[in-house]
Design a protein around this ligand. Structure first.
Ligand code: RIB
Length: 336
């Protein structure tokens, strides 16, 4: 900027204004400044400009685990919608840790982002609510107590119910559930749907606490083995958990679905390539990402909250599930 100002014999603040508040600079002078900027290949720093203008063209997006392919698909949808609206995304990964999430939310606020989309690690923390007093906020894929932000979620409870209905139809009478982590709303809703629907069908079930990562599924399946007690279906809280559980079953020589049926939740891109391909609940991740940005754009334009969105989930039947057969239940018993 200094060089542009020196060459045109004007002040640096006039040059700066030509980029940050163009309406305050005479059109003819602005043209000369832009031409000189082009000649010198000068591009204004968007972060610095955001500081000066008090608002950037960025939308902040905080996800808990970018290594889980569920989230890149959401990010992709958000990115496409942001570009459509002339905005860019800044993505942060919180590792599902509240302290890290808060740190990122603070940084995003300080960068004067247009709005923030967050899959929060907390179900009750007030930080997000406080932030929403001053900034459009979308809570995505997780639910959080509060009314100043909008929620974009999928029907987690309904998805779990659909899995249980399907396994009941196949004749399964006893199920093992490998749950998600404590304190995460999606994990809680899926567990609720599972237990309620098992009770509705009069099915027996056991719950073992797992988590949303492959290693969690592996460890939980190991822990679940002595508790199977004739269970012929293993219902997992998400696809990665199912990947881990299937790896453990394979290690123990239990075939899927002949020995035991396995299901996941999410329908991440790799699940159909698993051997056998995974029966799961599909979440419309790309559409969820787009919807989250649409909500930010709405709040920015109208200063009102759009209605919350809960996307429907869909059962995707693949080869990891099959009819319950008692003889096959015996194979499983022998393996453990
Ligand atoms: O944290 C990861 C999980 O949260 C995903 O697998 C998806 O199920 C989401 O709710």
């Amino acid at each position: 900027m200094k060089e542009i100002a020196r060459r045109l014999g004007i002040s640096t603040s006039t040059v700066s204004r030509a980029f940050s508040k163009p309406e305050m600079v005479r059109p003819e002078l602005r043209e000369r400044i832009l031409a000189m900027a082009k000649e010198l290949d000068y591009k204004p720093n968007p972060i610095a400009r955001a500081m000066v203008k008090g608002q950037s063209d960025f939308v902040g997006l905080v996800v808990p685990d970018i290594t889980n392919p569920f989230f890149p698909s959401i990010v992709r949808g958000a990115e496409d919608e942001a570009r459509r609206a002339g905005l860019s995304l800044i993505m942060c990964n919180s590792d599902g840790r509240l302290a890290k999430e808060k740190q990122y939310l603070r940084s995003l606020r300080d960068l004067n982002v247009v709005g923030v989309i967050v899959a929060s690690a907390s179900r009750s923390d007030t930080y997000v609510t406080d932030l929403a007093n001053n900034l459009p906020v979308v809570v995505m894929d997780r639910t959080l107590a509060g009314s100043r932000f909008v929620q974009v979620t999928a029907d987690n409870c309904g998805g779990s119910r659909a899995v249980v209905d399907y396994l009941a139809e196949l004749g399964h009478r006893r199920l093992m559930y490998l749950s998600g982590p404590a304190g995460i709303s999606t994990a809680g809703d899926r567990l609720k749907g599972f237990t309620e629907q098992c009770r509705a069908h009069g099915m027996d079930f056991t719950v073992v606490r797992a988590g949303f990562k492959i290693d969690d599924g592996y460890a939980a399946m190991k822990e679940a083995e002595p508790l199977m007690d004739g269970a012929t279906g293993v219902v997992c809280a998400n696809d990665l958990c199912a990947f881990g559980a299937m790896s453990r079953l394979q290690e123990r020589g239990v075939s899927v679905p002949e020995g035991v049926s396995v299901t996941g939740f999410d329908d991440i891109a790799f699940s159909r390539f698993l051997s056998p391909p995974l029966t799961t609940i599909r979440q419309p991740t790309y559409a969820m990402g787009r919807q989250a940005v649409k909500a930010i754009v709405h709040m920015r334009a109208f200063h009102t909250l759009p209605v919350p969105t809960m996307f429907a989930t869909e059962l995707v039947v693949r080869a990891s599930t099959g009819p319950q057969r008692s003889a096959i239940g015996e194979i499983w018993k022998q393996a453990i």
